[in-house]
Design a protein around this ligand. Structure first.
Ligand SMILES: Nc1ncnc2c1ncn2[C@@H]1O[C@H](COP(=O)(O)OP(=O)(O)OP(=O)(O)O)[C@@H](O)[C@H]1O
Ligand SMILES: [Mg+2]
Length: 223
């Protein structure tokens, strides 16, 4: 099967002599759902940022969608991020001055899709996940769980091949965590969207194919 992501001996240090990642090797195939768990400060966001072409590794190789990241220009990287990768962040994920519909439309607008098409697609996406009733609400009128679900839907805006979800359940209670995880599982199954998700909760049951623990800069497979 096609590989979405391949990391080989990836090191990252922000401060010289103080590596956060120490030789990470990881392969994720198209359609896989993988988690990276680890305590706060373990380097989970750093790893996702490297996969998502937001950070460069200090050494090692990153291959994404079959391309060596070291040969990808900044311009191409932003295009890949916009069109092929859906990002979900732990908090501050919605633009406060835009309503739900406009938030979902935003990545499509950035990709140059015309306003009529993007409105229709955003509405369809919201309806598909039973959130069309939230379309005209502002972010401050949503519960934290609803916000995170909207963030998940927005990550789908440009029909990405890969979703990078950084602690999407950290700020949610058990019930809302389950809703968001079910949503991600549905997306993973429906469209064979590859998902890499992080969590600080080492016990949380996740609908993943494989789980890893990030500790002392290294990745240990735990499921
Ligand atoms: N831009 C940066 N400059 C310097 N150090 C950084 C930078 N980003 C992260 N770090 C450091 O790298 C380490 C790993 O940070 P990272 O954010 O990747 O951890 P994390 O596992 O995502 O933690 P959390 O669960 O709290 O989000 C931390 O010690 C952090 O202080
Ligand atoms: Mg983090």
């Amino acid at each position: 099967m096609e590989k979405s992501i391949k990391l080989m001996k990836v090191w990252k240090e922000y401060i010289p002599g103080n590596p956060v990642l120490k030789g990470i090797s990881l392969e994720v195939k198209r359609g896989e759902f993988v988690s990276i768990r680890g305590r706060s400060g373990a380097g989970k966001s750093t790893l996702l940022a490297i996969i998502g072409l937001l950070e460069k590794p200090s050494s090692g190789t990153v291959i994404i969608f079959g391309k060596d990241a070291s040969n990808i220009s900044d311009e191409e990287a932003s295009s890949i991020r916009l069109r092929k990768i859906g990002f979900i962040f732990q908090s501050f994920n919605l633009i406060e001055s835009l309503n739900v519909l406009e938030n979902v439309e935003l990545p499509m607008a950035l990709a140059g899709i015309d306003s009529k098409t993007r409105r229709r697609r955003a509405m369809e996406l919201l309806a598909k996940f039973n959130m069309d009733r939230l379309a005209w609400r502002m972010p401050w009128q949503l519960s934290v769980g609803e916000r995170q679900r909207v963030a998940v839907v927005r990550a789908l805006a440009n029909n990405p091949e890969l979703i990078l979800a950084d602690e999407p359940t950290s700020s949610l209670d058990e019930e809302n965590s389950e809703i968001v995880l079910d949503l991600l599982q549905q997306i993973n199954k429906d469209k064979l969207t590859t998902i890499v998700l992080t969590s600080t909760n080492l016990e949380e049951r996740l609908p993943t194919h494989r789980d890893y623990l990030l500790r002392n800069g290294r990745l240990i497979r735990i499921k």
